[in-house]
Design a protein around this ligand. Structure first.
Ligand code: 13P
Ligand code: SF4
Length: 352
């Protein structure tokens, strides 16, 4: 139906509905969202900020989450039962979150228990399903985001001798490495073969990394960095820690989307930057800093296709349904799962 409306008409209608609903409506938007959507966000942030914002908003009846499915699930679990969370397009998943399903995780846990007994604690990146967060909560573990991963890994080591980090092997490896764990003492759990891929005797393993990754961030390679160092040696390189260990090691700096934004904001005019993260955000940073030279670390990069599914027509469609009192695209986590998942989220929020 929205194909007949111009962009200007859609934008005007979104503004009209926002004015009509006032504080009953709240639109959080992740930094990777398109400009056409982010312009309407009441709050923008990295995954940690958006979780905190959801937990603190008590007045909005309708939370239209412009991000991906796991973020909307998190928002649903951190808000009251009267507040409804909507995802404008149900196809906006996260391929990394889908790399650890609960069946595989339970199977892995059984084997890891046989190998390590009660010496292991799970930590899950928030980029995971509610079921994985519940599994983590049930076994005494916590969630982490790219902003607080170091703090949470340090905490995990105060609880148990070793940890299972899922589903992103790269964030887990980068964080543990920064905390002084040697690469030899990090093993990889392969959910396809149900095997632990270790480079040291099993009893020496400190960190077990689930074999998951972000396909967007795996698009940045050491070759890109080498080319840039050869052609533009004055350029500083900052990447997201979902990039591989080799890419992070070859870069000058790394951190969450908020950290990347703050770093560029604080950089002097005339400075030169190559950024290794999702394209919508890199383009926005470039537009906001005409006084700096900023490029993507990979100029042929694709945006995160699932983040990109949230567009202006889907946002408007969701808002129209809300004003018409129609149900649609509501994200609800069942209470049995949510009770346990909240444990892992709360352990993180208490320390964030
Ligand atoms: P942050 O915004 O928390 O850095 O996360 C990046 C990301 O990939 C979200 O899916
Ligand atoms: Fe998932 Fe990667 Fe997209 Fe983030 S950028 S939502 S981790 S696929």
């Amino acid at each position: 139906a929205y194909r007949t409306l111009s962009v200007e008409e859609m934008e005007a209608r979104v503004r009209e509905i926002r004015a009509q609903l006032g504080t009953k409506l709240f639109i959080p938007g992740h930094h990777y969202q398109k400009d056409e959507v982010i312009q309407f966000a009441d709050s923008t942030g990295d995954s940690l900020q958006l979780a905190q914002v959801a937990a603190s908003n008590k007045e909005a009846e309708h939370i239209v989450f412009c991000g991906v499915h796991f973020m909307a699930e998190t928002a649903d679990m951190l808000t009251t039962s009267e507040q409804k969370v909507y995802l404008p397009d149900m196809r906006a998943g996260c391929s990394m979150a889908d790399m650890a399903n609960i069946y595989e995780t339970e199977q892995a846990w059984d084997i890891l228990q046989q190998l390590f007994g009660d010496t292991i604690i799970p930590l899950t990146y928030v980029n995971s399903t509610a079921a994985i967060k519940a599994f983590t909560g049930k076994h005494g573990g916590a969630c982490v985001t790219s902003s607080n991963a170091k703090k949470m890994v340090e905490w995990a080591f105060t609880q148990k001798e070793r940890l299972l980090f899922l589903p992103d092997q790269h964030l887990g490896r980068n964080t543990a490495f920064d905390l002084g764990v040697s690469l030899e003492r990090m093993a990889v759990w392969n959910p396809h073969t149900n095997e632990l891929e270790a480079n040291c005797p099993v009893e020496d393993v400190k960190v077990i990394l689930w074999k998951g990754h972000c396909s967007v961030h795996e698009g940045f390679t050491v070759k890109h960095i080498e080319n840039l160092r050869a052609t533009r040696p004055t350029m500083r390189i900052i990447v997201h820690p979902e990039c591989s260990r080799e890419v992070v090691a070859a870069s000058d700096d790394n951190g969450s989307t908020k950290y990347i934004i703050d770093t560029i904001n604080a950089a002097p005019a005339g400075s030169e930057w190559a950024i290794g993260t999702e394209m919508n955000l890199v383009k926005r940073i470039i537009a906001e800093h005409p006084d700096k030279t900023i490029i993507s670390l990979n100029e042929n990069m694709c945006p995160c296709l699932t983040m990109n599914r949230i567009d202006l027509p889907h946002l408007l469609w969701t808002l129209e349904r809300i004003v018409n009192g129609e149900e649609g695209n509501i994200i609800t986590v069942d209470e049995e799962t949510a009770v346990l998942a909240r444990l892992s989220l709360q352990r993180m929020l208490d320390r964030a």
